[in-house]
Design a protein around this ligand. Structure first.
Ligand code: CLF
Ligand code: SF4
Length: 298
């Protein structure tokens, strides 16, 4: 609550439904799916669908250009008074597909200067954009970090694409990890609030989750959101096809409990879609599909 929080930080979280448990009862967020390109492969992702690092797997969102997205944000802002945050969380990686992310935010900010901007990334491309993120007044960034161990990473990420070259296995996972830690440190040093998402994958990364929580917290992450793997063979992901199961609710709770008090855990995440609109847990996206938007907005 505000009693034990730095006022400057409180000002950034008080109306952000993900960064404040309290705020999610009163404020809404929306996502626009403008960023389809991605630079890594996660074994829980089928690239036909939205990025599973910040959203529900197995969902296809309507992809928008930055211009279409800005029109949609204006239409939603006119209808949803609780709207406080615009997030870009896919359908690929918002930092890798940076030109589209930035173009969208620039357009929206020029028309709705008070809306908070939020983005989500696997972290690989993030260090390249931190200075612009700060200059654009983006106060909230999510990094999905699943392990501190490249051997474990190799079981989650078959490859990463970095500086024009594909890196497989442990080598690729080590590059990704180093960039994630660099991104986290850079963002924290500049006062950007960082939420770390981790997908809990039983038998793969669960044993390292408490250590991961301690590490990201020590580096200044504001929140750690440990999300359950959702693995459905029908989604056509590697893990789905190999029969990897997600954690039970009790297993997820056990890991959260092991992280202990003061672990800065987010527990109200609803694993949104990359085109979600409304209060958390509510999805009004179908009211604002492209065919329903006005051609121009005065
Ligand atoms: Fe969206 Fe994510 Fe920003 Fe929130 S969602 S980009 S931080 S505005 Fe929120 Fe949805 Fe959970 Fe994400 S409930 S999936 S944590
Ligand atoms: Fe899929 Fe997101 Fe992973 Fe890219 S970062 S492979 S879009 S889950």
């Amino acid at each position: 609550g505000p009693a034990d929080m730095d006022p400057a930080i409180w000002a950034k979280v008080k109306d952000h439904p993900c960064y404040s448990e309290e705020a999610h009862h009163y404020f809404a967020r929306m996502h626009v799916s403008v960023a389809p390109a991605c630079n890594i492969q996660c074994n829980y992702c089928n690239r036909k669908y939205d990025c599973a690092n910040e959203s529900r797997p197995g969902v296809v969102s309507e992809r928008l250009t930055p211009e279409q997205a800005a029109r949609k944000v204006l239409a939603v802002a006119a209808e949803v008074p609780q709207l406080s945050v615009l997030g870009i969380a896919g359908p690929g990686d918002a930092a890798y597909d940076w030109k589209k992310t930035k173009a969208t935010f620039d357009r929206v900010q020029s028309q709705l200067p008070d809306i908070k901007l939020c983005l989500s990334s696997n972290g690989l491309a993030m260090p390249d954009h931190v200075e612009e993120i700060v200059a654009m007044n983006i106060d909230h960034v999510t990094l999905t970090i699943n392990t501190l161990d490249p051997e474990v990473g190799a079981k989650i990420y078959p490859w990463v694409f970095f500086r024009g070259k594909r890196h497989e296995g442990v080598e690729g996972a080590a590059i990704l990890l180093a960039r994630q830690m660099e991104a986290l440190d850079m963002l924290v040093a500049r006062g950007v609030l960082v939420k770390v998402n981790s997908v809990l994958i039983p038998g793969i990364n669960d044993a390292g989750m408490v250590e991961l929580n301690r590490e990201v917290k020590a580096r200044g992450a504001f929140l750690h959101n440990i999300m359950p793997l959702i693995s459905d063979p029908a989604h056509g992901t590697h893990f789905g096809l190999t029969g990897q199961r997600g954690p039970t609710a009790a297993e997820l709770r056990a890991v959260q409990d092991q992280c202990g008090d003061g672990a800065n855990l987010m527990k109200h995440c609803r694993q949104c879609r990359a085109d979600a609109v409304g209060m958390l847990g509510e999805d009004r996206g179908q009211e604002f599909t492209l065919d329903k938007l006005p051609e121009t907005i005065a």
